[in-house]
Design a protein around this ligand. Structure first.
Ligand SMILES: [Ca+2]
Ligand SMILES: [Ca+2]
Length: 463
């Protein structure tokens, strides 16, 4: 063995030992030192001074160093060190970050995930840690809580169109539907029910409803001021946007205490793994530029996805060239011409995201809702008419992207949609086994993930 090789071997062993040392230290609760000022953050919580994916002794040390004006430690470099969010560094920041590092009860300031045009007064929200009772409005955020395994913390949810599979863990935990007549917006009945729940959970010195999770401002519309008066914080999330979901699952998982934190981190890591696999596979096969598939992205059957829609992002992460990147609000297809405006380039595939729950849809649904109902008939004017694929919008982010990647590049991602979804269901939604007839949830036989034109024909569709 030459000297050079020996040095390499020693270096490798040294790294391995350092790795073991770091692992042992982690096991004993002492994390490796991470003191560099953050350029972005994996966990949107004030007190996460170094911006990594957790709050630990590193953050405590940084906040103390900033407080003591140690060289190179300023609030400007470590803006998240302001744990009590009062614009300056003080002993209150140290107090909060120490409690968070030990996962003890405290007030915590969380950064909301919002669209640019959302009300900036929502951008930082104070909530009690850990969250014990929340309300979720919108299927997106309800799904996140279910996937985080914190259904027992969801005092109430709003939705009218869930299947019993999706509701299983919520029903089992005694969570209530705050207004079965509404799907995405809190109206009077829902507002009253939330206040009722808040009163219930304030008894015996409780905090009441710790937070309402929403997907967009439409969710609570005119009730914003009323919830402020009632002292119920509202948290925006963009948890179904691929990249936002990674930070979102870490952040909102963290807020629910150690179990939610663990599950949120695992989901975030799995999502990163799937996104990396898709982009690596595309890169390895030189799929870029002209070689990408041109896609028209629809949702809710006749709506054209806008540039910052969760569906546009999902399709782009799956390697699609989205041809309908219009700015502003999503618009509806209204006539034959509206589908023909997309011709330069023309779509090779139309991906249409439609909420189908976690169950298999019936042939009647397939023939009655897909392609041949009157208002959709103009879809058959598109040159990509028979290349329209409905993708189940209920699928979690990683499964959704894997499924779209398979739709767009079937040779490169054969079976990847189903294997990703099955892995996700097995690891993060074990309750689905209890829903399945044979007590073993199989995404291929128990769920409809996509509907193609040939599926439609097989079911008896004639258009
Ligand atoms: Ca940290
Ligand atoms: Ca402060």
């Amino acid at each position: 063995m030459g000297n050079k090789n020996l040095i390499i071997v020693i270096a490798v062993i040294a790294i391995a030992i350092a790795g073991i040392g770091a692992a042992l230290l982690l096991f004993n609760g002492e994390p490796e030192v991470k003191d560099t000022p953050p350029t972005s953050t994996d966990l949107l919580i004030y007190g996460n001074a170094n911006g990594d994916g957790t709050i630990d002794s590193n953050d405590v040390r940084i906040v103390e160093n900033v407080l003591n004006a140690k060289e190179n430690y300023t609030l400007a470099s470590y803006p998240l060190a302001d744990a009590n969010h009062n614009g300056r560094i003080d002993s209150g920041d140290v107090e909060i970050v120490k409690k968070l590092a030990e996962r003890k009860e405290t007030d915590v300031y969380v950064i909301a995930q919002m669209d640019e045009d959302d009300d900036p007064s929502y951008s930082v929200v104070k909530v009690p840690y850990p969250l014990k009772h929340v309300v979720t409005v919108n299927a997106e955020v309800t799904g996140v809580c279910v996937q985080l395994g914190v259904s027992d913390k969801v005092a109430g949810y709003l939705s009218s169109n869930y299947s019993e599979f999706e509701l299983y863990s919520l029903d089992k935990a005694g969570s209530v539907n705050i207004d079965p007549t509404q799907n995405r917006t809190v109206k009077e009945a829902g507002y009253k029910k939330i206040i009722e729940l808040d009163t219930k959970y304030r008894q015996n010195g409780g905090n009441g409803i710790d937070a309402i999770f929403i997907y967009n401002t439409n969710a609570i519309k005119t009730y914003k001021a009323d919830f402020e008066t009632a002292g119920i914080p509202v948290i925006h999330t963009k948890c179904t946007n691929p990249r936002d979901s990674i930070v979102g699952f870490r952040t909102f998982g963290f807020l629910f205490g150690t179990e939610g934190e663990k599950q949120g981190n695992n989901i975030a890591e799995y999502t990163v793994k799937v996104l990396d696999h898709v982009s690596d596979t595309l890169k390895k096969n030189n799929i870029s530029g002209d070689k990408t598939t041109d896609v028209l992205v629809l949702f809710s059957k006749t709506s054209i996805a806008e540039a910052n829609s969760q569906y546009t992002y999902a399709t782009q992460e799956a390697g699609g060239n989205v041809i309908n990147q219009q700015s502003g609000a999503s618009t509806k297809l209204s006539n034959e011409e509206s589908i023909l405006t997309f011709k330069n380039p023309a779509p090779e595939v139309i991906v249409s995201f439609t909420t189908m729950g976690f169950k298999k849809v019936t042939d009647e649904y397939l023939t009655g809702n897909v392609w041949d109902i009157d208002k959709l008939s103009y879809l058959n004017k598109s040159p990509a008419y028979k290349d329209l694929v409905y993708v189940n919008a209920s699928l979690p982010v990683s499964a959704r992207i894997a499924t779209v990647a398979e739709v767009l590049y079937p040779d490169l991602f054969k079976d990847y949609g189903a294997t990703t979804w099955q892995t996700y269901a097995d690891n993060f939604m074990p309750f689905l086994d209890e829903c399945a007839g044979d007590k073993d949830y199989n995404v291929k036989t128990d769920c409809t993930n996509t509907i193609t034109y040939s599926d439609y024909q097989r079911a008896g569709g004639k258009n």
